[in-house]
Design a binder for this molecule. Structure first.
Ligand code: PLP
Length: 390
């Protein structure tokens, strides 16, 4: 019998979400309308910051965050390599130079001592990623930022709702960035949000996402954005990185359910840990760091030190034979062809050794207990096959 396939991730869209999007489509305002303002305020309140600006993706958010903070050619920005490529790409979009720092082998987040070792007189900023939804070591990194006068961008794209001592990620840095691609904890299809406590940064991001148009407080604004006085005033080179009203309606529908979504994801992660804790050669994510609340983005296990990249890929193929789709999170950025110019100068043994042994297991709100058990059984079967083959 061929069992139905278990996807790596799947969005969780309710009938209420569908109705919320459909209601927007029955109005004439499909962009820059009330849903955008509502989604922005809801995100700002949730994260605990005064300003939030909706953008078309997490990548667009990182790009505009760096521009609004004044980063550009000649500046170095320290980033992890064990993450999604958008982090380093955004640095290159503004003409600055990404410098890759090593991660901690347990948390998979930036190691603050390694970051300090990367600092040069040109270093202006650090992009701190909360990898897989685990809060980074913000106290140490903020201390570093204070001592070296660095700007901090928090990439919270994988970590909405994660907390350090009760404070939500995205609220620690100068700017925080969230993303709503379909595999994230909440989705708008495509989308992102820039949050900040600096009003001038929020204002500039809002202008840059809309062709460099600044909203003036005093000007007469019309019933639609196109009739506002400022519609044909472009103060600086901007972009079209807007988030549509349909996307904002979906985001709002998802955000009101964030507490139950995160609780469900935590329960799934616990179930995986219970079923896999005694399985040899499977290293589980650490879950008991005091003061930290994880927001589960993906469930990534690591295979034992004896596993090569080819072994890991073999395990993935075996899982696929059982209808179980696993992912490789992440392929280090500095090893990508698009970063060949960085390769020689970058020495990251932990990143490279971890990345070849990671395996992301199917993880989504609606995964059933039965599916979780099937994934774990298939993984044990695949590991057994590998042991037999040596
Ligand atoms: C998802 C993600 C982003 C943004 O991705 P988009 O597809 O542009 O929304 C940025 N950084 C990290 C670490 C991510 O995981």
């Amino acid at each position: 019998m061929i069992e139905p396939e278990i996807p790596l991730s799947a969005p969780d869209i309710t009938d209420a979400d569908i109705e919320a999007v459909a209601s927007v489509l029955r109005t004439p305002r499909l962009s820059l309308g009330p849903k955008l303002a509502e989604f922005e305020s809801a995100m700002a309140a949730y994260v605990g910051v005064p300003h939030a600006v909706g953008v078309s993706s997490g990548t667009a958010g990182l790009h505009l965050a760096l521009l609004a903070l004044g980063l550009g050619p000649g500046d170095e920005v320290i980033v992890p390599s064990f993450t999604f490529i958008a982090v380093a790409n955004a640095v290159r979009y503004v003409g600055a130079h990404p410098v890759f720092a090593e991660i901690d082998s347990e948390t998979l987040n930036l190691d603050s001592a390694a970051v300090e070792a990367c600092i040069t007189p040109r270093t202006r900023a650090v992009i701190i990623v909360h990898t897989f939804g685990r809060p980074a070591d913000m106290p140490a990194l903020l201390d570093l930022a204070g001592r070296y006068n660095l700007v901090i961008v928090e990439d919270a794209c994988e970590a909405i709702g994660a907390e350090i001592d009760g404070r939500r990620v995205g609220s620690f840095g100068d700017v925080g960035v969230f993303a709503f691609y379909p595999n994230k904890q909440i989705t708008t299809g495509e989308g992102g949000m820039v949050v900040t406590r600096h009003p001038e940064v929020a204002r500039r991001v809002a202008a840059l996402r809309n062709h460099g148009r600044y909203e003036s407080e005093s000007a007469v604004s019309g019933p639609t954005p196109e009739l506002a006085d400022s519609w044909f005033e472009h103060a600086e080179l901007g972009f079209n990185y807007r988030l549509s009203e349909m996307q904002c309606a979906l985001g709002l529908g998802q955000l009101v359910r964030i507490y139950s979504i995160l609780a469900r994801r935590e329960a799934i992660a616990r179930r995986y840990c219970d079923l896999l804790c005694a399985v040899p050669d499977v290293v589980l994510p650490v879950t008991d760091i005091p003061g930290q609340r994880l927001s589960w983005f993906v469930f990534v296990v690591r295979l034992g030190m004896g596993f090569s990249q080819a072994d890991r890929d073999g395990v993935m193929r075996k899982l696929a034979e059982h209808g179980v789709w696993a992912g490789r999170y992440f392929a280090p950025i500095h090893l990508q062809p698009a970063y060949s110019a960085w390769r020689g100068a970058t020495h990251l043994p932990i990143t490279e050794s971890v990345a070849v042994r990671t395996l992301a297991l199917p993880f989504f709100n609606r995964i059933t207990d039965n599916q979780i058990e099937r994934v774990c059984a298939a993984l044990q079967c695949a590991l057994h096959a590998k042991r037999q083959s040596v």
